[in-house]
Design a protein around this ligand. Sequence first.
Ligand SMILES: O=S(=O)(c1ccc(O)cc1O)N1Cc2ccccc2C1
Length: 403
Amino acid sequence: SASSSMASLAKMLDFYSGFNPSPLSIKQFMDFGQNACEKKSFIFLRKELPVRLANIMKEIALLPDNLLHTRSVSEVSSWYVKSFEEVLEYEKADPTHDNLHKFVHHLDLIRNRHNDVVQTMAQGVIEMKENEGGTVDAPTESSIQYFLDRLYMSRISIRMLINQHTLLFGANPHSGGRHIGCLDPACDLSDVVRDAYENARFLCDQYYLTSPALEIQEHSSEPEGNLPIRTVYVPSHLYYMLFELFKNSMRAVVEHHNNDNCDTLPPLKVAICRGQEDICVKISDQGGGIPRSQTDQLFKYMYSTAPQPSKSDLHTVPLAGYGYGLPISRLYARYFHGDIVLLSCEGFGTDAIIYLKALSDEANELLPIFNKTSSKFYRATVPTGDWSNQSSDMNARQLSATI
Ligand SMILES: O=S(=O)(c1ccc(O)cc1O)N1Cc2ccccc2C1
């Protein structure tokens, strides 16, 4: 009956969410993929996928009610329930050829079912804001920010596991190429930079009829310092981050310079640097920058889900209606223990730095864990300030009176 299946779902959720997800490093993905065994991968995934799904499903259940009960979030939640149940069908299955084949097919179904999670969650946030009469209090906004970062990081990690298994053991296993699943063991960073630049530039030319040029410099601190700088990474992740940053920089440069007469735009300068611990890709633009007080807004999901600004606003408010590109890009960087940092000099321009781990055994997956700590966050009270912010006028008056 429905109630008994609900009870068993709750039991399975409690069981699998009791395990911590097992983070894999890029090195482990590579070593396993070099002589991949489908049976071992199946045995690992039929446990790890339910663990990662259950961990994030327990957090979905902790969302503020006014978000959890929107049509969109209920729909996303139903996708997770369906996928969780589908994977559990293999919990005790024999690793026969037939079952291994069906497993790959089910992974494809699950990946496709979840294709629209980000847009649908954004729609849920808009529905919640409308139900709340347009404003959302700070604690709700911070728990939504906390949750969406964890939901999308969990989703990135689950899609990474699914992509590796389906690419290695699926219908058209890559023949001959050096790629291991979606990992490139010798990813040439400047190639991905050029690729992302050219595609962003195409959109920029279409919309603005102009675009800034690109200059790339490579620096390697390694003794042999061999160029071009290559590293083991997921090219599609790097491309996503670069494409997003190039779009922002191009828009900034064109809009900042559309009012002055000189028709040559200052170029975008990219520095690719390899150190002992970090590999950095820095994009420097002279797009006029933004005030320091606004930079953290750019990584807010609530800020970027502003109700669609009118066409005029899109130009006045920098990055308004900019979608989730920056917060998601930062999650891709953080997924393998890297980061994205924005350093803006208002009136001049902005540096965006992508940090990657130089060593593949340090590039571990960064995974959200559902436990007492994370669930406490959802009932957090607003922390009382423990730094002074503005001078209390009484003290200031007293001070000036004595001087
Ligand atoms: O905020 S930004 O400094 C900025 C943010 C992120 C980035 O990657 C590059 C950037 O340059 N910048 C984006 C933008 C868009 C329209 C008009 C003016 C600006 C200013």
